[in-house]
Design a binder for this molecule. Structure first.
Ligand SMILES: [Ca+2]
Ligand SMILES: [Ca+2]
Ligand SMILES: [Ca+2]
Ligand SMILES: [Ca+2]
Length: 344
């Protein structure tokens, strides 16, 4: 509010009867009232000098206590959005300044572990591995489809089909062996069951006595491992004995003390044969005719020895030829005919 002092004077323009210019004066006090026509302003004051400002910025650490002053700003932090200045005129005028406060992070929190669940997908990165690189098996000859042996392999992959194994024989079988695959009932491995082909009869005497099989274990991704299986063929007494052939003996007559006059020979291909000889029949050629004998002049021992029968006297005039039909028997025979074809 401002006060003004003014003196007003009124004077006549023509002299009065006294020849004077009459005048009078009065004081006047004038009061000029303020109207609210200016809004408040913000000033940013640094080092004693202030400039008009509409925004402020400052830094403060996190967790600062309420009421702490922000460095560089003479503005108390009560509202981070804006600071509003309002005058108190009849018609309030206002001004707004933007306040930006940067909160500084301080290292006041311990690291913590989070529980995480990962679903890992198995990939086929392991090959099958045989539990042994070499196997030795024994199989009897002449048994079609006979069991030979088992091989084992594992695949470290954790899911099927990545750990599924199949076996095959890649070399050495010569068409005689097959392998079938099965999963272990106890354990995670796989079994290769090797057997003689059901259509094949191994022959110890005529065929190979051992086979070197290369066994391959493959997973579904064609990762593989190899093992060697040595198959030894065992002899079975399955071969019939064979007489050496027909032959002729010359024996003098008129004696009862000749004993063994000859021996029947035979062979058996099996390694564990035991041969005995048998006389099947005897025929005598008497007076030019071959027929039954009246007397048994000869006997055949189980050893194959042909022995003169002391009960009789050989008489050339009665009969000049005796035909002995014999055979040999292998008493150890396990399979097939146990006796030879007849011989004379
Ligand atoms: Ca695998
Ligand atoms: Ca044989
Ligand atoms: Ca044999
Ligand atoms: Ca035999």
């Amino acid at each position: 509010m401002h006060l003004y002092y003014t003196v007003f004077q009124a004077s006549e323009t023509k002299p009065n009867v006294h020849g004077e210019l009459a005048s009078t004066s009065t004081d006047m006090n004038i009061t000029i009232g303020d109207v609210n026509d200016n809004k408040p302003e913000f000033f940013d004051c640094m080092a004693g000098s202030c400039v008009l400002a509409t925004s402020f910025s400052g830094n403060i650490n996190e967790n600062a206590p309420s009421g702490e002053f922000v460095k560089g700003m003479d503005i108390k932090v009560e509202d981070v959005d804006a600071v509003v200045a309002i005058d108190k005129g009849n018609e309030n005028l206002r001004s707004t300044a933007t306040v930006t406060i940067q909160i500084n992070d301080i290292n006041d929190n311990y690291p913590t572990f989070k529980k995480e669940t990962y679903n890992l997908k198995d990939i086929n990165d392991n090959k099958p591995v045989f539990r042994s690189a070499f196997y030795a098996f024994y199989v009897k000859e002449s048994i079609m489809g006979g069991f030979v042996g088992l091989v084992f392999a594992d695949d470290a992959d954790q899911t099927t089909p990545n750990n599924r194994i199949s076996f095959r024989i890649t070399d050495g079988s010569l068409g005689n062996f097959i392998v079938t695959t099965s999963a272990e009932e106890r354990g995670s491995g796989y079994i290769g069951n090797i057997s003689v082909d059901p259509d094949v009869e191994l022959d110890y005497e005529k065929g190979k006595k051992s086979y070197s099989l290369t066994i391959e274990a493959t997973d579904m991704g064609q990762r593989r491992d190899f093992a060697l299986a040595e198959v030894i063929v065992l002899d079975v007494n399955d071969e019939r004995p064979v007489l050496s052939g027909d032959f002729t003996l010359h024996v003098p007559e008129n004696t009862t003390n000749l004993g063994e006059v000859g021996k029947i020979e035979a062979e058996d291909p099996d390694s564990n044969s035991s041969l005995i000889y048998e006389l099947l029949s005897t025929q005598c050629q008497c007076n030019g005719t071959l027929g039954p004998c009246a007397e048994d002049w000869f006997t055949v021992a189980s050893t194959g020895a042909i022995i003169v029968n002391k009960e009789f006297v050989i008489d050339y005039e009665k009969c000049d030829k005796v035909v002995l039909e014999t055979q040999v028997v292998d008493v150890f025979t396990e399979k097939g005919d146990n006796h030879s074809l007849p011989g004379k």
